[in-house]
Design a binder for this molecule. Structure first.
Ligand SMILES: Cc1cc2nc3c(=O)[nH]c(=O)nc-3n(C[C@H](O)[C@H](O)[C@H](O)COP(=O)(O)OP(=O)(O)OC[C@H]3O[C@@H](n4cnc5c(N)ncnc54)[C@H](O)[C@@H]3O)c2cc1C
Length: 369
């Protein structure tokens, strides 16, 4: 009988890991406090610690540079893997997966060395990358701009699609709140085969709980306030301002409007949105990309909802690594702390998780022979 793996967490990371583990031949149960549902019914306060509904979510390439720490190179590799998975899913399920392929545009006021190293003769090696000429800059504060092909998702359409895919292929779900990933080893799970009555032995646990559920002094949150408007947009546009603030839009597609953002506030736990911040975000975005008003019936943006989310941030980069619990009490594969890049990195992280789980379980099998 195939080995049984429990994935704790049904955000974008847990769902991606669960699907790839299933494809690798394991029986998989997802155990989580929150599961995907319609975005419109999500409770902004009760579910604030479930980050996946509150993300944009787009893919913005973050260029690695010779001076970048190893985590940036690793994340870039994860984002390339994710891009390929998104292409495959989108072409197989263009109307149901919640994925949109579109142009990504970046405007930067004060580019760092990683951007200055990118030139026409040394472009960022991503699909249809092109530096934009100064005549295409929105104003004279912007000194560097580019465009490329990328993708956006409507988060809850996409996550619900992943959840259905997992369940239709035999995956199990269990709604529970755990105190630690280790607790998952003591769950009593029904046998996947009705003929077999014995209790399921859990061979490995994947910790995709967002914040980690384990003592980790590097973990914090990065608060993000954004605003959902009804208008669509023909591109996902990001502007990095010289003062460190961000102006961006993420078209969600699938009747999901467009997210206009956004703040990045390290260590801020406030749950309530600020109307003044919303007004400033909308005004900055329209100044940067007035084209968004072309589809507006009123000449302005139609506010549907303020959004506040907590990016599960791990200083130094996400934890994607394995741990054998003391006394051989179990194998835990950690995949948490994805910060503001959970969607962008999801399939790359999931491939790494499967590699590590397989490696450990194959080794265990060999040592039993
Ligand atoms: C404003 C904003 C904009 C963003 N924009 C983007 C973007 O454009 N692109 C991008 O890639 N990312 C973006 N992100 C980040 C992205 O949303 C996160 O990185 C991603 O959602 C994290 O996913 P996750 O699966 O790790 O965690 P989560 O989505 O938080 O899922 C955690 C899972 O673990 C479960 N869990 C937690 N604790 C327990 C427990 N004790 N017991 C049982 N279950 C538990 C939860 O119920 C949930 O199922 C944005 C985030 C915000 C807030």
């Amino acid at each position: 009988m195939p080995e049984h793996v429990v994935v704790t967490g049904a955000g974008v990371i847990g769902l991606s890991c669960a699907i790839l583990l299933q494809e690798a031949g394991y029986y998989v149960t997802i155990v989580a406090r929150d599961f995907p549902g319609p975005f419109e019914t999500m409770d902004p306060i009760a579910q604030i610690n479930y980050t996946s509904p509150w993300g944009g979510a787009h893919n913005r390439w973050v260029p690695p540079h010779a001076a970048s720490p190893p985590s940036v190179h690793r994340e870039h590799a994860f984002s390339l893997v994710t891009f390929s998975h998104m292409q495959r899913l989108h072409s197989a399920h263009p109307h149901t997966a919640g994925i949109t392929f579109l142009k990504g545009i970046e405007y930067i006021e004060s580019p760092g060395p990683e951007y200055k190293a990118i030139t026409a003769s040394n472009p960022l090696p991503v699909p249809n990358f092109r530096l934009l000429p100064p005549s295409a800059f929105p104003d004279d504060k912007v000194t560097w701009a580019c465009e490329y092909d990328t993708w956006c998702v409507n988060p809850m359409v996409y996550c619900s699609f992943l959840l259905r895919r997992f369940v239709h292929r035999g995956g199990r779900l269990l709604k529970r709140t755990l105190r630690s990933p280790a607790e998952a080893f003591s769950l009593s799970l029904p046998s996947p085969s009705p003929q077999q009555q014995e209790k399921v032995t859990i061979s490995a646990v994947v910790n995709a709980s967002g914040t980690g559920l384990v003592p980790d002094s590097s973990m914090t949150v990065t608060r993000g306030q954004t605003c959902l408007v009804a208008e669509g947009c023909d591109a996902t546009v990001t502007r990095q301002n010289a003062d460190g603030s961000w102006t961006f839009c993420v078209p969600r597609g699938f009747e999901g409007g467009t997210v206009i953002g956004g703040t990045k506030e390290l260590g801020n736990w406030a749950v309530e949105p600020s109307v003044a911040v919303r007004e400033q975000l909308l005004e900055s975005f329209v100044r940067t990309y007035p084209k968004i008003l072309e589809g507006s019936k009123t000449g302005g943006l139609t506010v549907l909802r303020d959004i506040v989310g907590r990016r599960p941030t791990r200083v130094g980069g996400p934890r994607v690594e394995s741990e054998v619990l003391p006394g051989g009490a179990g194998f835990v594969m950690h995949a948490y702390g994805l910060g503001g890049r959970g969607y962008e990195l999801s399939w790359g992280v999931a491939e790494e998780v499967v590699r590590k789980v397989k490696g450990y379980l194959n080794e265990q099998e060999r040592s039993r022979l």
